[in-house]
Design a protein around this ligand. Structure first.
Ligand code: TRH
Length: 386
């Protein structure tokens, strides 16, 4: 059986482990690999996977061997495929072991997702180690077929469609979260965000909107701001607020599987970072992306690159509605005044979101990665024979 070691260094938030965990499950459960996930922060991991016991250095979760990545890294036999996520530094004794392995592992650096053009030229490039006879390969997730594609589980879109067309499944889901869904014409909006000064303006507009709006907020960084808006110093899971036509419900931070259901069940999703941004696209519903802010401001170029790719097939008015609201949300400017244009484009955005997800789903990251590793393995075997 093929084996794979995935190394995950949690920098902050949940994106690093969110992506690694998804990839680990996919390779173990759908591609039958022996997967070890080395992670240096079990606390963050436990937030999105309730199976995890933070007191254990080694445990099995959903078919994956989860190991605490500690300073004194144990002597282990490297796997056939070694994935360092987001350029994290592998332990030196592990690199040493790769050097001496009978079959040299295929060493992959799984990069951050971007829609920028340059990644198409860098995807799959080799990067020879500066001093050792080892080569690592860059693997870039992305939106075009010149990139590594995106992580998607098998049948995900069919499961999504079944859920979205089944009122009973949705009712059971809302009930499991403790949410009373009062009327069908309520617009449901999920809000997963970093702190954002544009929130108050948006809430003001939602409170005055002709259509009732229910905003579902998973527990997280934006919570104090929500509390402040409604004059509550201690907002927490289960808190509910009402102003005009706006109701807000604070949800727990749910499992990744349930987070998908939340995105599928809502009409509009505010997402952030990397993984929730991808999941919002699989949801096939309009979304607003808050990109992970970087000190050198390079994230604005990343945002523009995505928006221009995403909106190519949209009418001019829908393009503007999406890009203006996204830009305002990311610049923490007045997003409220842009809401009505966005929601007026809802029918077109819904249609487009489904077509977009279908097209992207053909470029499956895990399958591409395995094909790539197999090719490298073949080339090496061929070179050894010569
Ligand atoms: O948490 P994030 O802001 O992560 C960020 C980004 O990945 C960023 O690129 C990276 O540099 C930085 O971390 C270090 O957002 P992201 O990527 O959406 O990850 C959130 C994960 O949490 C995702 O896997 C979905 C999951 N999630 C749940 O499982 N349950 C929930 O209730 C919610 C809201 C999210």
């Amino acid at each position: 059986m093929k084996s794979c070691d995935i190394f995950c260094n949690v920098i902050d938030n949940y994106g690093d482990i969110g992506v690694c965990w998804r990839l680990a499950k996919k390779l173990a459960n759908e591609r039958n690999l022996n997967v070890r996930l080395w992670i240096d922060d079990l606390f963050s991991f436990a937030k999105l996977c309730s199976e995890v016991d933070i007191t254990l250095d080694k445990q099995s979760c959903s078919g994956v061997e989860v190991c605490l990545w500690c300073k004194d890294f144990p002597e282990v036999q490297p796997a056939i495929i070694v994935i360092e996520a987001f350029a994290c530094q592998l332990p030196s004794n592990y690199i040493e072991a790769m050097l001496h392995a009978e079959l040299q592992p295929v060493w992959i650096n799984l990069e951050y997702l971007s829609a920028e053009d340059w990644i198409q030229g860098c995807h799959a490039l080799p990067s020879p180690h500066p001093s050792l006879p080892l080569t690592k390969y860059y693997f870039f997730p992305g939106f075009t077929d010149k990139t590594g594609g995106l992580l998607i589980e098998s049948n995900l879109l069919a499961r999504r469609d079944a859920f979205q067309s089944d009122v009973e499944q949705q009712r059971v889901f809302w009930k499991s979260l403790g949410v009373e869904m009062s009327s069908n014409d309520t617009l449901k909006v999920s809000l997963f965000a970093y702190e954002n000064a544009a929130l108050n303006g948006l809430f003001d507009v939602w409170a005055d909107s002709p259509q009732p709006l229910l905003c579902l907020v998973p527990e997280g960084r934006v919570l104090p701001q929500i509390g402040a808006y409604f004059g509550d110093v201690a907002p927490s899971v289960g808190s509910e607020y009402v102003r005009g036509n706006l109701s807000v419900h604070v949800l727990p931070f749910v499992s990744q599987e349930n987070y998908d259901l939340l995105l599928w069940a809502c009409d509009v999703n505010f997402v952030r970072g990397e993984d929730s941004f991808v999941r919002a696209q699989w949801a096939g519903r309009p979304f607003i992306w808050q990109i992970y802010p970087q000190h050198d401001e390079v994230h604005h170029a990343k945002l523009d690159a995505f928006l221009s790719l995403y909106s190519t097939q949209l009418s001019e008015s829908a393009q503007l509605a999406v890009s203006d609201l996204c830009a305002a949300w990311n610049k923490e400017a007045d997003a409220g005044q842009l809401w009505s244009a966005f929601i007026n484009a809802q029918v077109e955005l819904n249609l487009h979101a489904k077509i977009w997800a279908d097209a992207l789903s053909k470029n499956n990251l895990a399958l591409n990665l395995l094909d790539f590793c197999q090719n490298i393995g073949r080339i090496r075997a061929f070179e050894n024979e010569r």
